[in-house]
Design a protein around this ligand. Sequence first.
Ligand SMILES: *Cc1c(COP(=O)(O)O)cnc(C)c1O
Length: 407
Amino acid sequence: MQSATGSSPAPGHDGASCAPPAQGEPYLLTPGPLTTALSTKEAMLRDWGSWDGDFRAMTAQLRSSLLDIAGNEAGEYDCVPLQGSGTYCVEAMLGSLVPRDGHALVLANGAYGKRIATTLGYLGRAQTVLDKGDYLPPRAAEVERMLDADPSITHVVAVHCETSSGILNPIEEIAAVTAAKGRKLLIDSMSAFGALPLDVRDIACEAFVSSANKCIEGVPGFGFVIARKRALHDARGRSHSLALDVHDQWDVMNRTGQWRFTPPTHAVAAFMEALRLYRQEGGQPARLARYANNRDVLVAGMRELGFEPLLSARWRSPIIVTFFSPAHPSFSFERFYALMKEQGFIIYPGKLTVVESFRIGCIGQVDEHVMRRVVNACASSLQAMGVDHAAPSTAAIEERKLPGEAA
Ligand SMILES: *Cc1c(COP(=O)(O)O)cnc(C)c1O
């Protein structure tokens, strides 16, 4: 267990298995950037030459570690790290892997699905959007109908965990129907990979993307595309953008071991330590178990205060939970946010189109002890605002039920 050497533990630390952030630093209950381990931060205290052999070795190890997590036993896939935030990698994947005369079916149920559609618009690719609103997952049967109805669709683009609501989309059934219909699947697994299973032996996909600052618990600075080698070959000359050309980044990295342009050296070094901690914890199953426990402790505690989660338990991810804002007239999110921050917790505003909500992340170096303290901090924040019950308006709950919660 990492201890906060050189500084005293954060106030209120109660012997949790995740070390607290440095003194005075709040917990980030946000799905990336998130609270990282002290040793991950410490790994950034040295400078690296970008073309030096030591850094090239680190890049090679990073790629093979990620391929191991993805279950690339057959060696069919390769990993292409790319500078920038996750969105840069999504755009790079779309621009490099969807041919200019391709046609993408976008499965959207929140902001990140919509961002994919916007990106395809910038890229001038033909697209059809299945928009499920804020609460419901795209299901295999409707994807099948859409693929049957339009033979020109070449690719399905899906979001694994839609972080804007916290909905965990049924990626297994989407992958199965996409493969059965002879189409190619591209996945935005940004906030899921590393915690939720995404094994290329079980989930047939052409490619997926994730980034350093989500479930592997690194710091922001780069993302990575994991794609079939055949798809990477075929992507040659297709990208609209030099910087976002996945084929070119792959080709140069394979030939020289280097990133094409200045790599985020410190973020890569931090990621190597994050990967070491990931393996030490027990890899994907252990991480999923910790996050799921975080979610369960959080939801149970918040319910006791009267809060109601947006999603039914079936679709509620272990990544982030959306709660309805209380209907009480004295509740204000700005005030709530400030009171939570005073107590050492940064929470997230809602990102829904219709109802008032806020979000609390379950990922990063936090465990159930931290989650109990989060619930206590919510209770005292409500008390400070004079909100004696956190129940949402019945209108908010009804609104959620409109599209057919039973689906
Ligand atoms: C975080 C995230 C992204 C990328 O967002 P950036 O701000 O560009 O890092 C994309 N999709 C999903 C589902 C995400 O959670």
